[in-house]
Ligand binder design. Sequence first.
Ligand code: GDP
Length: 616
Amino acid sequence: MSAPSLGGVSVPRGDGNTVVRLRRGASITDFADKIEANPAALVTVLFHLGEMATATQSLDEDTFQVLGTELGYLIQVVSPEDEERELLSSFDIDFDAELEAEGDEQLEARPPVVTVMGHVDHGKTRLLDAIRNTKVVEGEHGGITQHIGAYQIQHEMEDSERAITFIDTPGHEAFTAMRARGASVTDIAVLVVAADDGVMPQTVEALNHAQAANVPIVVAVNKMDKEGANPDKVKGQLTEYGLVPEEYGGDTMFVHVSALKGDGIDELLEAVLLTADAALDMRANPNKDARGIAIEANLDKGRGAVATVLVQSGTLRVGDTIVAGTAHGRVRAMFNENGDVVTTAGPSRPVQVLGLSTVPRAGDTFFVTDDERTARQIAEKRETADRNAALAKRRKRISLEDFDQAVAEGKVDTLNLILKGDVSGAVEALEDSLLKIDVGEGVQLRVIHRGVGAITQNDVNLATVDNAIIIGFNVKPAERVADLAEREGVDMRFYSVIYAAIDDIELALKGMLKPEYEEVQLGTAEVREVFRSSKFGNIAGSIVRSGIIRRNTKARVLREGKVIGEGLTVDSLKRFKDDVTEVRTDFECGIGLGSFNDIKEGDTIETFEMREKPRV
Ligand code: GDP
């Protein structure tokens, strides 16, 4: 089924319903393989559709859609989840089938996993410490506690000891970071609200995140020891967000606590267990190879990669081979939150693991494999997939420039911002002025997070979840963070003058912040002789008169001062018989302008590129 196509090349065409599945970050060559076409022919077709790409370059989904539509194929880009499933099934691993096969006889009760969230300064850290200090089982080392990212406590309820696991990174940043990676570790969220302060922006954010993830919430009304504590106000406020206290006929448990004095901790733990029992089926099969999620990891000078993992099902043992994200290795040693050595870890148990090849990311899943080779191969395949996906993500999620277009297309109606600055005064001043901008009909501006200090990985993660733009005022991100932002397509803007930031945001809201491009001339060449080639079209034998002629740059042809060819590209560039990437002034070369053949002796070929003009 071959038919002539654009540019005179022959490509097998689909009937408009032929589905072609491609992995993320696939190239033209991958597509060509699937439809048994010549990659070069597809490059040409794409070129005629106005996009330049090499045969092996990773393309994004939109570009494939354009190409697919032209050729009569329905392109389906495999989602990361499917990609992972397909990867695992190629190793004969199928967790869904395994779960389905498990019946009541295999499942045993497991402790709930809790994340503490709430507005800054409402006492999350203090509360986590209070719970831990009163409840953590004393370790061999006399209770020298370590922060490994999570801990487990025991609580006596109705004459039995019940365990609860707390994620020891307060705030919803950790929660969002994991959710951004598709991981759900949290069974229950404890929402901390200071009784003297009430519901604040991050309280709302936190409860939005929890509700979006379908995680039941227990409210800890904290700082009850303080004068001016007004728990009823908190209850009233939260009712508006769908958290209705039991005494008002709802099903959310509110507990009065003082993290400072250690009051109300038992009641809070009881509420967590009751809520978990009422809302969730907390069971897992402990008698199989372990699976779970990495919740924290770092590189330790002496010990190598150190990762805290939370086992979700099965039992992890020293000596097991595991793969966690793109890290793999044999579990050399495990420690609990007291620094004690442990040899096994069952469902809901957090443990620190030594022995991984590299540092996994928070939210990466881990599981035990039959042998080291499998673990390594899975890790390597994931790394390749990640890299390809990153290469393909050329487009930004949302940038200030395309905000008004996104509004027009109905994709967004809110410009979400994350503000980071060097001093809190500046951040506040910036936020104040931003919120005073007259945003106009139909759109709104929301500062979803603000803080002092460098732009962190958390900020970028939050930006990916909420499609936000990050504003850095006299601060920059660390290189690793900049890489992450680039990979995730998060727009970051840096300012050192407040009004410059305000101006840009204002223009973006009004849809007027367009990038400005200017043409920069690169070089000119005079055509001396035209060589005709049936294979390559006409080649202009030229001498470079100024600057440099480079391959793949934009070009136009002038004859007696008039433009006779526009929108061209230097498709091929040769010095004698050799392909070269550039030719300098006074040297001779052969220039091919693709399918543009109207070249004559004496013509001038002008090459240029479009550069974004810096804003002043
Ligand atoms: P986070 O930002 O939510 O983690 O808040 P922190 O745990 O760091 O607490 C913020 C401030 O509130 C600290 O100065 C704490 O000592 C104080 N604080 C926390 N809990 C209580 C409490 O129950 N009563 C009083 N009076 N102060 C508290």
